[in-house]
Design a protein around this ligand. Sequence first.
Ligand SMILES: NC(=O)c1ccc[n+]([C@@H]2O[C@H](COP(=O)([O-])OP(=O)(O)OC[C@H]3O[C@@H](n4cnc5c(N)ncnc54)[C@H](O)[C@@H]3O)[C@@H](O)[C@H]2O)c1
Length: 330
Amino acid sequence: MRILICGGAGYIGSHLARELSTQSAYEIIIIDNLSKGHLMSIPNGIIFEKADVRDKKALDRIFFKYKPDAVMNFCGSISVGESVNDPLEYYENNVVGTIYLLQAMIKHNVKYFIFSSSAAIFGNTKEIPITDDTQPEPISPYADTKFSIEKILAWSENAYGLKYVCLRYFNACGAHESGDIGEDHDPETHLIPLILQVALGQRDSISIFGDDYETKDGTCVRDYIHVTDIATAHIKALDYLIRENKSESFNLGSGEGYTVKEVINAAINITGHPIPDIVEARRAGDPAILIAESTRAEQILGWKRKYDTIESIVASAWKYHKTHANGYDN
Ligand SMILES: NC(=O)c1ccc[n+]([C@@H]2O[C@H](COP(=O)([O-])OP(=O)(O)OC[C@H]3O[C@@H](n4cnc5c(N)ncnc54)[C@H](O)[C@@H]3O)[C@@H](O)[C@H]2O)c1
């Protein structure tokens, strides 16, 4: 089975490539424009094409050359804040890029598509825990690009018969168990790498935005899913598509969640370093609790998390960050 991983030099795509590369049933081709990705995160021996998914000619050449059986799309611009300031860039990169990929798939008769959707599509929903059937209510351009693609996929199945899975990830985190690959975003906005930068002495403190929420310690509760567990869900989603030939959307959450303070305390215990925090004002639009059930992924895909404590997640991230204090070299 030939899998085209788009955005495979990025954080989550590279972990999926690593998991697939250990299984002989799959041949992998990665495309990435390296705008945010890292060549060093790509496993040895994997075919890599530097290409932009908005380049129709490049896509045509790549689909013709490698004849993939399935496409997984991790490409995209990922910052909610940036998307508010430059929505057109976000719609172009995320939505137009995906449309071009789908057009290439249809032209080259590729049937299976797996899409990196996001918890962000649920906005400030009052339904907590979020379920697979919670109605999406995107409140940022980033979230709307994700929900728009989900709708485009539904219409495309209807028109062209392609089959797809949307995986709606909650907060991806952690690193590969080897510590070889991990999270290196620029700018970094995710909580665990920011906390670990304090442990590494690269920042003085971690900001906590609000400690007067109605949660057990007053700080926000979020749902953290290990990147390897997300990768495993992709492999199970591909098996499902081939087995059932049906399209579906799945939440990838844990149903429990941790407060910001609990994540900081886990990092203090694991790193052995002090991690001072500074409490700042609440950020606009931050809900107190965002957690999700993944009943459908568990029951239909047979997905089960391997990393089910915040300590195991932070420990894996620390293994990567302490050996890659400044991220990847390229
Ligand atoms: N990280 C999270 O917590 C999280 C949560 C929910 C959803 N997601 C989604 O998962 C996907 C992967 O996230 P990530 O954290 O690995 O991000 P990332 O930035 O590390 O990876 C994205 C990759 O896509 C590449 N890329 C971007 N635009 C491209 C284009 N036009 N052509 C070719 N390559 C392009 C980048 O160079 C990068 O390597 C994204 O679509 C993101 O929206 C991530």
